[in-house]
Design a binder for this molecule. Structure first.
Ligand SMILES: NC(=O)c1ccc[n+]([C@@H]2O[C@H](COP(=O)([O-])OP(=O)(O)OC[C@H]3O[C@@H](n4cnc5c(N)ncnc54)[C@H](O)[C@@H]3O)[C@@H](O)[C@H]2O)c1
Ligand SMILES: O=C(O)[C@H](O)COP(=O)(O)O
Length: 527
C-alpha cells in the first residue's frame, strides 16, 4: 500500500480521501532534518505553506511521486528540483480565492476603522471613542497589484463599495481589466494615485521587494498598503521606516518574509498604524475543505496512475487535452523511442511534426511524450512527463515543432526526425480506428507495421535474394521472424526492410547482417 505524509494541518476530509488508497501519516511541525530522514518511506507528501520542501528533502525522496500543496502558492517547494526528479507538484489554484480576497478586504476595512486597537481597548476596560476616528473607503482609489483570481474578486467587491479601481498587471489584457472595471495603469501611476494599494502577486525574482523605500517615498502620505499575497514582495525594514516617519499612513499584513514573524520584528512595534495577522488568508472552513478535497483527490489519482488536474510542473497536460490526446501520446512515446534508437545515442535535434487532424491540437503534450520516448533508453523509468522537457534541455537536445494539416494519408499522424550519433533518421506513425499504432514510414520509405518489442530495420538495394539471405541468416542464429515488410520508393532502388522478431538479436549478428551483399545499413530496436 502507498504511504502519504501530511506535514501541515489539513482538513479531515482530505485525510479521508487519501485513506481510500494509502496509509496516511499526519506529522505536523517536523524539523527539516527529520523530514529528510523519513521522506524516503513516502510515495506522496501533502503540505500547506508551513513545510519548506527543499532540494535536500527532494533529493532524499526516492519514492516520492507527488507533492500536493493544499493551497495556491508553491514558492515553498523547490519546483526545479522536483521536476528534475520527476515528482509531480500539484496545487489548488482556486480553492481559497474567496477566502484570501475577503481577508484582504477585511484588512482594508479594519485598518481604516482601527478595529483591532478599538477592540483591544474595550476588552481592557476602556471606552475610548476619540482615538479611533477612521476613514471611509467610499470614493477612494484602490490600486490592485496583480489582477489574477484574488485581485479580480477584490476588485468586484471594492467596486460595489464605491471605490475607484486602478490595476497594474503586465500579463493582463486591457479587455480583461475593462471587464472587471479597472483602469490598467503602470506601476508608478498606481503608486502615486492610490489611497489604498493591495498586493495579489506571486513571489518571484521580479516581485521580490517590489515595494521598497523608493516606492514608499512616492506614495501619498495618507496611503495604506495591504499584503495578503506573499512575504518578500515588501521590504519590511523600509516599510517599518515609512510608517514610523509618516511617509505612508498604514499597512495591513498577513504574510511575511520569514514566517513565523520574528518575535523582535520592528513591524510589531508600530501601534495602530499596522494590522498584523498570522497568514490567515486561506483560513476559512470553506477554503480548507475546498483545498483539502482538491489536492487529496489529485494525490489519490496520481497514486492510482491517473493524471492530476492542476499539476504545476507538467506542461500542457490538462485533463480535457489529455483525454483527447491519450492515444496520440502513446504513439508519440513509441515513435520517440524508435527514432531515438535509429538515430543512436547523443541525439541533439528532434523535429516533432504534427500532421493532418493532429496539427490542430495542442502540441506541447505530444512533444513531451515524444521526448519521454526518446530519452527512455537512456533514462528508463527515471524519465516521465514531468521531467522529460528539462532532461532534454539539459542534454542539449534542440526541439522544434512543426505542423502540416495538409497531410491526409491518415486522419492524424506524427512524424519525428532525430539527429544523433548514427545520423539523421525519421519515422512516421498513425492510429487506426481502434487506436492501434501503425508505423507508416521509416526514413521516408512507406511501410505499414505495428510496433513490436524486438525489431530489425535494414536499408538495402531492392534486388532479388536479399530477403532470403537475411531470413536464413536469422534462422541460423535461431531468431524467429514474426512478420516482415519491405518499403520502397521505386522498384530496384533503395528500400527498407522491417522485421518483427520474437526474440532479441543475439550479440554479433548485426555485423553479419551488414556484410550481406546489398545491405547498406541495419539497426536493431527494442521497444
Ligand atoms: N494570504 C494567504 O493565505 C493567501 C491565500 C491564497 C493565495 N495567496 C497568494 O496570493 C497571490 C495571488 O494569488 P491568485 O490566486 O490571485 O494568483 P493568480 O495567479 O490568479 O494571480 C496572480 C496575478 O499576478 C500577476 N503578476 C505576476 N507577476 C506580476 C508582476 N511582476 N507584477 C504585477 N502582476 C504580476 C499575474 O499576471 C496574475 O494575474 C499568490 O501569491 C498566492 O500565493 C495568499
Ligand atoms: O498560497 C496560499 O494558498 C496561501 O498562502 C495559504 O497558505 P496556507 O495553506 O498555509 O494557509
Amino acid at each position: 500500500m502507498s504511504k502519504v505524509l501530511v506535514s501541515d494541518s489539513i482538513d479531515q476530509v482530505g485525510i479521508d480521501i487519501l485513506s481510500q488508497v494509502a496509509q496516511v501519516d499526519v506529522k505536523i511541525g517536523l524539523p527539516p532534518e527529520e523530514l529528510v530522514r523519513i521522506i524516503p518511506e513516502y510515495d506522496a507528501l501533502m503540505i500547506r505553506s508551513g513545510t519548506h520542501v527543499t532540494q535536500e528533502i527532494i533529493e532524499a525522496a526516492n519514492n516520492l511521486k507527488i507533492i500536493g500543496r493544499a493551497g495556491v502558492g508553491v514558492d515553498n517547494v523547490d519546483i526545479p528540483a522536483a521536476t528534475r526528479k520527476g515528482i509531480v507538484v500539484v496545487n489548488s489554484p482556486q480553492g481559497n480565492t474567496i477566502a484570501a480576497a475577503e481577508h484582504a478586504l477585511t484588512m482594508m476595512l479594519s485598518m481604516s476603522r482601527y478595529v483591532p486597537d478599538a477592540n483591544q481597548s474595550v476588552k481592557t476596560g476602556q471606552w475610548d471613542r476619540k482615538s479611533f476616528v477612521g476613514v471611509e473607503v467610499y470614493k477612494k482609489t484602490l490600486g490592485i497589484v496583480g489582477l489574477g483570481k484574488i485581485g479580480s474578486h477584490v476588485a468586484a467587491v471594492a467596486k460595489a463599495m464605491g471605490m475607484k479601481l486602478l490595476a497594474y498587471d503586465p500579463f493582463i489584457s486591457q479587455e480583461r481589466a475593462d471587464q472587471i472595471g479597472c483602469r490598467l495603469v503602470d506601476l508608478d501611476l498606481l503608486i502615486q494615485e492610490s489611497d489604498y494599494i493591495t498586493l495579489h502577486i506571486p513571489k518571484t525574482k521580479e516581485t521580490y521587494h517590489l515595494f521598497n523605500a523608493e516606492v514608499f517615498a512616492k506614495m501619498k502620505p495618507t496611503a495604506r498598503l495591504i499584503n495578503c499575497a506573499r512575504g518578500g514582495v515588501i521590504d519590511e525594514t523600509a516599510l517599518a521606516d515609512a510608517l514610523r516617519t509618516g511617509q505612508i499612513a498604514g499597512a495591513a499584513l498577513d504574510v511575511f518574509e520569514n514566517e513565523p514573524l520574528e518575535a523582535d520584528s520592528s513591524l510589531r512595534e508600530l501601534g495602530s498604524k499596522i494590522v498584523l495577522t498570522p497568514h490567515l488568508g486561506a483560513s476559512t472552513e470553506e477554503a480548507q475543505v475546498n483545498v483539502a478535497i482538491d489536492v487529496a483527490e489529485q494525490i489519490r489519482d496520481v497514486l492510482l496512475g491517473l493524471p492530476a488536474r492542476s499539476a504545476v510542473n507538467i506542461p500542457g497536460l490538462y485533463p480535457d487535452v489529455l483525454e483527447k490526446l491519450k492515444p496520440y501520446l502513446q504513439l508519440a512515446e513509441t515513435l520517440g523511442n524508435l527514432v531515438g534508437q535509429l538515430a543512436g545515442g547523443r541525439v541533439d535535434f528532434l523535429d516533432v511534426r504534427l500532421q493532418g487532424e493532429l496539427a490542430g491540437t495542442s502540441s506541447q503534450a505530444v512533444v513531451v511524450a515524444s521526448l519521454k520516448g526518446l530519452l527512455s533508453q537512456a533514462l528508463r523509468e527515471r524519465v516521465n512527463y514531468v521531467n522529460a522537457g528539462i532532461e532534454a534541455k539539459e542534454r542539449g537536445i534542440r526541439v522544434i515543432e512543426t505542423r502540416d494539416a495538409s497531410v491526409t494519408d491518415y486522419t492524424g499522424s506524427l512524424h519525428l526526425e532525430a539527429k544523433g550519433s548514427l545520423g539523421t533518421h525519421s519515422v512516421t506513425g498513425a492510429l487506426l480506428g481502434d487506436h492501434e499504432i501503425r508505423i507508416t514510414s521509416v526514413d521516408d520509405f512507406p511501410i505499414n507495421v505495428p510496433p513490436t518489442r524486438y525489431m530489425l530495420f535494414t536499408l538495402h538495394r531492392d534486388v532479388p535474394g536479399i530477403i532470403g539471405n537475411i531470413g536464413s541468416l536469422l534462422g541460423r542464429f535461431n531468431v524467429n521472424i514474426a512478420s516482415m515488410q519491405v518499403g520502397r520508393k521505386i522498384v530496384r532502388g533503395e528500400a527498407v526492410m522491417v522485421l518483427s522478431l520474437d526474440d532479441p538479436l543475439p550479440e554479433g549478428i548485426l555485423a553479419e547482417i551488414i556484410k550481406v551483399s546489398g545491405i547498406r545499413d541495419a539497426y536493431t530496436v527494442t521497444l
